[in-house]
Design a protein around this ligand. Structure first.
Ligand SMILES: NC(=O)c1ccc[n+]([C@@H]2O[C@H](COP(=O)([O-])OP(=O)(O)OC[C@H]3O[C@@H](n4cnc5c(N)ncnc54)[C@H](O)[C@@H]3O)[C@@H](O)[C@H]2O)c1
Length: 697
């Protein structure tokens, strides 16, 4: 029984509102309420039109993803039952869309007879980002409202469409520049007066200007080129084709079958997992309720090198004025030239206007004077050479020079930040902000909480990271924090595999086929082999129990430091990044193998992937056990956003869960019997979870 008070009727127009804040997602309960209210209102003699609105909030963010693959997803009315039910209603139905209508929210709006859109609202079908497709009629209705030439790319990119474009393409009937509900009621009254027809989208013909065969062939070829075998995208094209070749109802059934198929794929599950993992990463367990973020109005970055320049750009893009400091005039000029170059490229590519470039550049002040540069900074980010003594000296200076209450952050990759904090009397203000290179492009920032970092500083930096459009993941201090600490184990295995007879290109190719953006040796050449060399030299002294193959040292000793010297694991022609195999490397490899006398064998690609992945997961488990990371999903976010891990596989911890931790443990025990097996100590945490039949949570 529907309470009539659940919706409002005025002058013959019923207003039905979503009521599932914050984004009005279409949960089972919301679907039921909406369905009942619309059907109830439609039966009343005094109702001539029904307006569906977000009730002052956004229209609808889409299906409730948390309910996917649960009984709630199948609860009646299901999404298709709701949307097809609305399509059959014989009373005028109008959507009043404020804020946004995404996914099933837009599919629902497209099943109504008319649409009014707030002038700043956005529309979109982002399903492809979760590895599936609009499965409640979206692929069939969108090309009936806007031409296929726009409809297909919109679904394939998942990108939002602004209000003006939506109106220009014909997706909505009017734009509201004032009060959305008032304008919609006005529109409804006009439709009633004009006895406007019920314009069912399902009864319209698909819109298409080009020859179908050409358009779909081009789309498929483009997908195969950019994202080979992407099941979600290829299925979207199939459904678009069905929209023009099949009657509406048959096309909708075709779409639904594809949707259900995709929903069950491991890729889609991993993509949904990543989505929630990123949201979860922003939450810090155990901070005081009284913690208050500081205002960050001005920043200073110390060191105008590779990282400093990139970090300054992040502040500039977020509208925060920043001073960029270096001791070397040359270094400062190089840093400023890098910054200008980044903005120039954006203007050249049409991503930025000349005016926006000028405005951004006004936000950076180059300086050779540390005292002046930090005097009014709310946060200082240090990014000088990776030397403890140098960083400690800078923090001693900052203690004197930075305003009281300013946050003192370091971008160190591997140093012990507690030892940096300890030289100041302001330990509560010290924190790590570990950006990744290039800092203005890479989304990840590891926020490193020191022993004495205050909760206020912590919440400020987490909030600041969001403002800088970064994904922040919290880590405790340890050697390499979350990402680089795990990476050492991954690289260790890659080097052992070389000892055993694998080729460099074989390992890189196997990892790239698995989905890593780049294989380990290609990454090394790109970032410079000297960084890892100096880390290993330190580890040989500090952690003699951790053993590396010396082959990487032999390469560095030959002066091969990666792309910057034109030679590393591969050879590079001047000005080119194309990896070329080098007989000289084969010679070094051969001599190394002769000297070590390791038995050579053929290693399968499966073993390469398995050993590198399990090395990550095993160290990740130790990191969890030591409470360095808050949760397994945070580790996966680090890898997906900072290390080129394929999002369709979730992350190393999710990957281990999908194998099953008992299987992971069995494989680690097998590797313990192999070459350098002593380096494979299963993490006690994995042993414990596997014993309980549990997974990483
Ligand atoms: N390059 C990377 O991929 C990367 C990634 C993450 C973190 N980091 C870390 O970021 C920091 C900087 O690395 P980078 O690659 O940008 O180094 P870089 O060598 O490119 O730049 C360092 C800059 O610091 C300047 N500098 C040195 N001493 C200074 C001082 N006392 N005051 C002011 N400026 C000074 C130098 O003149 C130079 O311009 C390091 O701690 C590094 O570990 C680097």
């Amino acid at each position: 029984m529907v309470m009539e008070s659940a919706y409002v009727v005025k002058d013959g127009i019923a207003v039905v509102s979503f009521d599932n804040p914050p984004v009005n997602s279409l949960s089972a309960a919301q679907r039921k309420a909406l369905h009942e209210q619309v059907l109830h209102a439609a039966q009343r003699d005094d109702v001539q039109a029904i307006v569906v609105t977000g009730g002052g909030g956004p229209f609808c963010g889409g299906a409730e993803i948390r309910e996917f693959n649960t009984p709630a997803q199948k609860a009646s009315p299901t999404m298709p039952e709701l949307i097809e039910g609305l399509d059959k209603v014989d009373t005028l139905l109008i959507a009043a869309i404020g804020g946004f209508a995404f996914g099933a929210g837009l599919e629902l709006a497209m099943a109504l007879h008319y649409r009014v859109l707030g002038a700043y609202a956005q529309l979109g079908l982002p399903e492809v980002k979760f590895g599936f497709l609009p499965g409640a009629g979206g692929t069939q209705r969108l090309p009936r409202l806007i031409p296929m030439e726009h409809a297909a790319p919109l679904m394939l990119s998942g990108a939002p469409l602004g209000a003006q474009s939506a109106f220009d393409h014909g997706l909505v009937d009017i734009l509201s520049h004032g009060d959305l509900l008032e304008d919609t009621l006005d529109f409804a009254r006009k439709l009633i007066a004009a006895k406007a027809p019920l314009r069912r989208t399902s009864a319209l013909s698909p819109r298409m200007e080009s020859a179908p065969a050409d358009l779909f062939a081009t789309l498929r070829a483009d997908i195969e080129k950019r994202t080979p075998g992407h099941k979600g995208k290829l299925s979207i094209v199939d459904c678009c084709e069905a929209a023009v070749t099949l009657p509406f109802e048959a096309g909708r059934e075709f779409e639904r079958a594809r949707f259900l198929e995709l929903l069950a794929t491991p890729e889609s599950k991993a993509l949904r997992y990543n989505f929630f993992a990123e949201r979860q990463a922003a939450k810090i367990a155990g901070v005081s309720k009284d913690a208050r973020p500081h205002d960050i109005r001005r920043a200073a970055v110390i060191g105008a090198g590779t990282m400093g320049a990139g970090i300054a750009i992040c502040f500039m893009n977020a509208g925060i004025p920043v001073s960029l400091v270096d001791t070397q005039r040359e270094g400062l000029e190089r840093g400023m030239a890098t910054i200008r170059g980044v903005y120039d490229t954006q203007v050249e590519k049409g991503r930025l206007t000349q005016e926006a470039r000028e405005r951004a550049l006004q936000r950076v002040t180059p300086s050779l004077d540390l005292a002046a540069a930090v005097s009014d900074a709310d946060i200082v980010v240090e990014a000088v050479f990776e030397r403890l003594d140098l960083k400690q000296q800078i923090f001693r200076d900052l203690e004197r020079l930075a305003p009281k209450g300013a946050i003192l952050a370091t971008n160190t990759s591997m140093l012990d930040i507690d030892q940096i904090a300890a030289v100041t009397a302001r330990e509560a203000d010290v924190i790590g902000m570990h950006f990744f290179s290039p800092a203005h492009v890479m989304r990840l920032v590891e926020v490193v909480r020191c022993a004495k970092t205050s909760d206020d500083v912590l919440v400020t930096v987490m909030q600041l990271a969001r403002k800088l459009q970064k994904t922040a993941v919290l880590s405790r201090v340890c050697d390499g924090f979350i990402g680089n600490r795990m990476l050492q184990r991954y690289l260790q295995q890659a080097l052992f595999l070389l000892d055993e007879g694998c080729g460099i290109a074989q390992i890189d190719t196997a990892m790239e086929k698995f989905g890593m953006a780049m294989g380990p040796f290609a990454v090394g050449d790109l970032s410079g082999l000297d960084i890892g060399w100096s880390i290993r030299k330190r580890r040989y002294v500090e952690q003699p129990e951790m053993i590396y193959s010396r082959i990487a040292d032999r390469i560095c000793e030959a002066g091969r430091l990666g792309q910057k010297t034109g030679e590393g694991w591969y050879r590079y022609e001047p000005g080119s990044r194309k990896r070329l195999q080098d007989p000289e490397v084969d010679r070094i490899l051969h001599a190394h193998r002769e000297a070590t006398g390791v038995a050579q064998r053929a290693v399968s690609d499966e073993e390469i992937v398995d050993r590198l992945m399990l090395a990550l997961a095993n160290e990740g488990a130790r990191i969890l056990d030591e409470l360095v990371a808050q949760r397994a999903s945070d580790i996966d976010v680090v890898y997906a956003t900072g290390y080129g891990f394929p999002v369709t596989k979730g992350g190393p911890m999710h990957y281990a869960n999908t194998l099953g931790l008992d299987e992971v443990l069995a494989r680690i025990r097998k590797y313990q019997q192999g070459y350098q097996g002593g380096q494979w100590q299963p993490s006690p945490f994995i042993v414990k979870l596997a014993g309980q039949g549990a997974s990483f949570e």
